[in-house]
Design a protein around this ligand. Structure first.
Ligand code: SAH
Length: 350
């Protein structure tokens, strides 16, 4: 259930127009405010210098920019990775990670505080589920990252990509998640291209099917991690509800409807799912599918009996996929030194 939070980040330009009318303001104020939020990246109504002071004051009182409180920012990877810890009004943690590369800047956004999926290798899964984020709270994380890139003084001057791979399962908060994507895509405002969004799901079949019907085409990544149901259920308990055959059927239909390549994420765990036999089983499972496999070296999560695959095993696994003509890359690790890497987001102090 979404909370009714009235912040600027929860409002479309039409919502703002209605509010301005209500407040007896000229209609053009709505667009001015919207541009301050999404184009100038203002961090509060005080920074909206072409608005009358009284209006700025009223906005601050009644329509603050957002509802997340930035508690801490840490940087790692020589300043190229920034992790933000936000607090919801009830103090629950939300984390976002900005990754600056030579040619792009990507933010990894949370869609829930905590996560209910309980994947055995993931720190957020151990945390458990607290609540869904509103669309505005997802938008706020992106605006934080956009400001952070602007102020970082690096080669890349603007945020280029948004991946919904932080805390939570986006498709278990579909409506809010999709509202956030649409807001950020709005050409009058933030204007991020459809292809610059990626959503990652544990395999929620209903979400994959819904996404296939949407007019706007964002990239889809599916967390697979195993090629058979027994092993996958041990790693990803949600497999009981959404087993591999059901996921693959939905993915096939998705590809047919959209003609888009789907990514499969596969976290490599030493001696668990990283042997040549598992690699071959994966190639059989994915044969003929318009897809790409993203191998993820496992990032350590305290309290689990698991270990990361040795580099040699990662490369051998990749080689088998290549030999069977399955496109495959190994995800570059980012943010391990500040517990900001995939699966390490748990709102804890490292
Ligand atoms: N709920 C979504 C988004 C989660 S995180 C999903 O399941 O896809 C994004 C990716 O990081 C997922 O593929 C997830 O399985 C993976 N991941 C989780 N913990 C990890 C860890 N400790 N090391 C590496 N990848 C991990």
């Amino acid at each position: 259930m979404s909370q009714a939070i009235h912040t600027l980040c929860d409002m479309s330009v039409d919502d703002l127009a209605a509010l301005m009318k209500d407040w007896g303001q000229p209609a053009y104020r709505a667009k001015q405010i919207y541009e301050h939020v999404y184009v100038n990246l203002a961090d509060s109504p005080d920074a909206m210098s072409n608005l009358p002071l009284a209006l700025r004051g009223r906005l601050s009182q009644e329509r603050p920019l957002g509802s997340l409180e930035l508690a801490r920012v840490q940087t790692g990877d020589k300043g190229k990775t920034h992790k933000a810890l936000f607090r919801l009004p009830d103090d629950a943690p939300v984390e976002s990670v900005l990754m600056i590369y030579e040619d792009r800047a990507t933010v990894c956004v949370s869609t829930q505080s905590g996560c209910a999926m309980k994947c055995s290798f993931c720190a957020t899964g151990q945390l458990g589920f607290t609540r869904n984020l509103t669309a505005g709270q997802m938008v706020e994380q992106v605006l934080w990252a956009a400001r952070e890139v602007r102020n970082a003084g690096s080669e890349v001057k603007a945020l280029s990509n948004v991946v919904f791979m932080g805390m939570g399962e986006p498709f278990n908060n579909y409506d809010n998640w999709w509202a956030a994507v649409q807001r950020l895509h709005d050409p009058v405002g933030f204007d991020m291209g459809a292809r610059n969004f990626t959503v990652s799901t544990v395999g929620v079949v209903t979400g994959i099917r819904r996404l296939a019907q949407e007019k706007m085409e964002v990239n889809l990544a599916v967390s697979l991690h195993a090629a058979n149901d027994d092993l996958r259920t041990r790693l990803v308990p949600a497999n009981k509800k959404y087993p591999i055959p059901a996921i693959l059927e939905a993915v096939r239909d998705y590809i047919q409807a959209t003609r888009r390549r789907v990514s499969f994420e596969y976290v490599l765990l030493q001696g668990v799912n990283d042997g040549p036999q598992e690699a071959r089983a994966l190639t059989e499972l994915l044969r003929g599918l318009l897809c790409h496999v993203n191998l993820i070296p496992w990032n350590p999560v305290p309290g689990t009996p698991l270990g990361p695959s040795e580099r040699r095993r990662v490369l051998d696994f990749q080689k088998i996929l290549h030999e069977h003509h399955v496109p495959c890359t190994v995800r570059v690790q980012r943010g391990v030194d500040i517990a900001a890497a995939c699966g390490q987001l748990a709102g804890a102090h490292p």
